[in-house]
Design a protein around this ligand. Sequence first.
Ligand code: SAH
Length: 477
Amino acid sequence: MLLTITNTRIPADDLSYLLHKHPGKIQSVETSAGKAHIFYPEVSREKCTAALLLDIDPVGLVRKAGPKGNDFALEQYVNDRPYVCSSFMSAAIAKAYSSALNGRCKDKPALVDELLPLSAKLSVLPVRGGEKLLKSLFEPLGYTIIATQHPLDPAFPEWGDGRYYTVELSNIITLRQLLSHLYVLIPVCDNDKHYWIGKDEIDKLLEKGGEWLPGHPENELITRRYLKHQRSLANEALEILVKKEDPVDEDGSEAGEDRAAEEVSEVPKPRIHDQRLQTAKDELLMAGAKRVLDLGCGEGKLLKLLLAEKQFELVMGMDVSYRSLEIAKDKLKIDRLPERQRQRIQLIQGSLTYRDKRLEGFDGAALVEVIEHLDEPRLASLERAVFEYAQPGVVVVTTPNEEYNVKFENIQQGQMRHSDHRFEWTRKEFEAWAAGIAVRYNYDVIFKTIGEVDPEVGSLSQMAVFSRPVKNAQGII
Ligand code: SAH
């Protein structure tokens, strides 16, 4: 059985660096089910395809599995396993492409997080549940699917179609994400119940699916099928997966923040996250911006507020998470908006750590509670992407004020407000970062508070507003 992966972003042979496999050689690795061969049917600057061919040894498989009590003896030898993509292909992906699957790239480490136009072709994939299932598994992850169903036997068309498909999946995605999706979802499509699994499969599922499975609408079906319908294993995995889910409240405020705000004040205050969004919108309005960006827009709360203001002629939301964008699209009811409104809103997938021409030419941008979701070393790339390349006229950035955490009863010392925060800054740290940007990219910056202000530790959330220095009539700053 064959899996090919194609990259079409120039230089397309970056794929070979990511896979740690030389494009000029055929390489082979042993897997538990047989030999996996890796080779490149096509390598050019424009297009590069890597193939993983798994040559299953059917007799070896039976010997390894040992005698199976009541099984129909011949079925052990005569079955579809050597000819289809199944969990054996997942095992081959893990063995042959282990560095790529684990997000390592020795020679070009920056490639690991690059969103690439990738497509994967699975030559024969058994799908119990047909095209509908394929779509429900892959579409929420942003894939376009072409599925070709094969007849049971071309010589007897009256027998109808079988459960075997050739599947082509395309997406703009990192290679690591693509491999982790294939690793988990190939056996889920196959849904073969004929092999024993152990507890370590839970770990594999959480390791490969931990980032995307909690937010996947079919996470329960995926978990149950992946764990071969072993109820106790599936329940255990689901418990961990659900716990891992974003602790952001329905309204986007983060664990504990609102409770703390209520404790400090008797009078009910607007929820802290609403305050952030409102303040960001007001800053963009006051700056007179017409074309605005919401960078790291998440599920579209700010976009909704921005769309309600006539001043904003174009509102573009960008996020790295396709799933969040889908939710935003639903919540904003984009498909049902009248044409003129529809023209004012655009949602794009992308990463703030790369230069993106689509972000150029805007008057204003907001990054509400976004920077703390990036690893600190990646902030330098975000800085360049936003302030050096996109260069919006005004940029509003909000982030938690770490000093205020002592006021949260449910946050221990040293703990952060949200499991996905990579850092939280004191006022000094945030101000130093912002001041550096202002100098490097020629912006003015002022700082504002958001939420309750404590005389000692400052406000709940902090905000920097960057703007281009005003020139006088002679163009002198
Ligand atoms: N601004 C939104 C969401 C904040 S949560 C709100 O205030 O409600 C942080 C968001 O940043 C998430 O949606 C996450 O997917 C997004 N994000 C994280 N890293 C990103 C990156 N490198 N590029 C773009 N978006 C990113």
